[in-house]
Design a protein around this ligand. Sequence first.
Ligand code: SF4
Length: 395
Amino acid sequence: MPEQRPSKPTPKRRPSKSTPKRRPSKSTPKRRPSRPERKQRPSRPARKQRPSKPDLRGLSLDELKSFVLKLDEPAYRAGQIADWVFKRGVRSFDEMTNLSKGLRERLSEKAVLSCAKVVETHTSEADGTRKLLLEYAGRTRIEAVLLKDDERITGCVSTQVGCKFACSFCATGAMGFKRNLTAGEIVEQMISLRETAAPDRLGNLVFMGMGEPFDNYDNVMRAVRIANAEWGLGVGARRMTISTAGHVPGIRKLAEEGLQIHLAVSLNAPVQGLRATLMPIADRYSLTQLLGAIEHYSERTGRRATLEYVLLRDFNDSPEMADALAEIAGRLLCKVNIICYNETTDAVFAPPTDQTVESFLSQVRRRCPTVVRRVSRGSDIAAGCGQLCVPRDGT
Ligand code: SF4
């Protein structure tokens, strides 16, 4: 099928990364200093790097054990500390009241505990979705969302401050990239969401907030394992979903983790040209490479990935696109979630009409019965898919 080229928006051209190499001018040959000129610089003594203190919120139980053993404490202290840090979610060492005062003092000397302040909370009048603006040390701010769907409470977690992948429909992408969140900060975010959900139980976690999770792979996987562990937050792996914009190495690595976690891929266009217009990551990892990685993931794990498809009016909502999407989903045995575009402040797109959504869905369903329309929640408080962002002065 010929690829559809959109008339809007104008694709943002990225400056080419390949700087032409300058040839050395023949008229100015490089001058090699003659031997007497060559002076050996006295070598500077290497600066000793102060080892940074471990963040207890980002340590596994085994790492906590090694840590307490180094403090000449018995190994069982690690279990007590894990209980305070993950189960009770305390924000200071002083609150760990079953530890001696001396140990609490040594912990505060030798370790840190990631903490976040809830700066703002917004609640959707339409569906009860709650959005938190969290501030970590150094005034780093991110947003996280709590979604209530019947009896299910889901926390939508951010993994980076901003994002470097600049998808053109996403407010986080427009923010640019500030930094990765540490594993401890991601776990702390889950604890803040759990406290906000109380007395309801935070039963599900989706890594669909700000940032591309696989661009912060190690910290995200560490946080996933802590969230999943019995001694940690105790969230079942099958109740967690990582959503990627199409980070091929990340998908391939996840396939080897031996975790039951779900994978969602933000596809948004079933042809390379259109996808690259929407999502610059497609220039780095082509659609062919992406589909190959999804296939590999399914073969290795026996799990079906979900394709997320944000429907944009007059852009990716034609019957031809529906057919191409259905062909991919059918071939790879993927589920498909259709999401209506949520407008952002810099919107260049528009949401499709209800009629278009319905005909797109029925067109896909002909070849792929596992397609559903995912109701976007929290769009009235800018907490919907693609709407999270922190204003410039918020970091
Ligand atoms: S959709 Fe995801 S990967 Fe794309 S810019 Fe937004 S946060 Fe980044």
